[in-house]
Design a protein around this ligand. Structure first.
Ligand SMILES: *Cc1c(COP(=O)(O)O)cnc(C)c1O
Ligand code: SF4
Length: 338
């Protein structure tokens, strides 16, 4: 309801006016501060609350179990230790050849240009990752270029994060130009949750940068629930697809948020309305602090079986897990160990 207020506001001011105080968030939603059991404040000190007001505007006022709220509100259960839940579940620190570069997959590699995100998702597998020590500076570009050219299998660079759409258009365009100068590159992928949490980020300036690139652009957004995709958000996404930019979605299967076949079915249809194709449904990475979002393999199988039955094949996201050291995402379903 309050959301139309944000449609007129530019994305930069929205990004500099995030909610970072759990009590303010609860007050906005008319929830009692008692929602925050002791420990939640400590959890928010370990991984700060960060959420754009436009995303809060999509939450249901007065509902402590709102699926969007649960993704961002610090929770005392994050402080619990659980066997197997570790700070670097994907062992990314080992794959980190040089600042900003993460090359684990054959034809594609990740380039991290910023450690900042517009929103802090409590289940994020990078919540403990030492981003800030690991960002490429302008002078690192020549090393990155030399590395890319030494790996002739690479045809795609993935801008990941942090969230690359928190960068200014100037900086984004600069890096895209650099990548365009490498003939072997054909595809540029951008992984971002910003179009969902601050839809105004998808403005004319951004669309013009993307549609004028020599590289084929694939934007992979991250939405876990149809309520994240209001009409305004969908209209911005549709604008991208009308400009021939491929837009895909990845979601994470989360207890309390979207662990139901109906919710996942609604999400796929909503995405498709906006011209977005479902891509991945990730099972939770076992990151320390996220245990309360975890589901048992049997229950995941049951949900996914119904998703398969409910949807046409082209709207079924691939159920996958990222396994440290594997050369691709590992497809799941009906396997005995997740
Ligand atoms: C997921 C991921 C990719 C991209 O994988 P796709 O299966 O092509 O989407 C690339 N590098 C890393 C490190 C990843 O985790
Ligand atoms: S936006 Fe993506 S990288 Fe950032 S906290 Fe959320 S899941 Fe993690």
């Amino acid at each position: 309801m309050i959301n139309y207020l944000y449609q007129e506001q530019n994305w930069q001011s929205q990004l500099s006016d995030l909610i970072t105080d759990p009590l303010e968030l609860l007050e906005q939603l008319r929830l009692s501060p008692e929602q925050l059991l002791s420990g939640a404040i400590l959890a928010s000190e370990q991984f700060k609350l960060r959420v754009p007001r436009a995303f809060v505007g999509k939450m249901v006022t007065g509902d402590p179990l709102d699926p969007l709220l649960l993704q961002v509100l610090p929770h005392h259960l994050e402080l619990e230790e659980h066997p197997g839940f570790v700070t670097d579940p994907l062992a990314e620190e080992n794959a980190n050849q040089q600042p900003g570069v993460l090359h684990k997959y054959k034809s594609r590699f990740l380039l991290t240009l910023t450690g900042a995100c517009a929103v802090h998702c409590r289940y994020c597998f990078r919540r403990h990752f030492p981003y800030q020590e690991n960002l490429p500076k302008n002078e690192d570009w020549l090393n990155i270029k030399a590395y890319l050219e030494s790996q002739s299998d690479i045809n795609e660079v993935i801008l990941s994060g942090g969230d690359p759409l928190t960068l200014s258009n100037r900086k984004l365009a600069l890096w895209i130009e650099r990548l365009e100068s490498i003939p072997q590159l054909k595809f540029l992928r951008i992984h971002s949750r910003v179009p969902v949490v601050i839809p105004n980020r998808v403005d004319e300036a951004l669309i013009s940068i993307l549609k004028n690139s020599r590289l084929r652009i694939i934007l992979v957004i991250h939405s876990n629930h149809a309520s994240e995709l209001d009409d305004f958000t969908c209209s911005r996404l549709k604008e991208l697809t009308q400009q021939h930019i491929t837009v895909l979605n990845q979601a994470v299967l989360l207890k309390g948020v979207n662990n139901s076949a109906q919710v996942l079915t609604d999400l796929s249809y909503r995405l498709f309305d906006a011209g977005v194709m479902p891509y991945y449904l990730h099972v939770l990475d076992k990151v320390k602090g996220a245990h309360h979002f975890d589901l048992m393999p049997d229950s995941i199988d049951l949900i996914y079986k119904d998703v398969l039955a409910n949807l046409p094949g082209y709207l079924v996201p691939k159920l996958v897990r990222e396994i440290a050291g594997e050369k691709n995402k590992t497809p799941l379903f009906g396997v005995s160990t997740y």
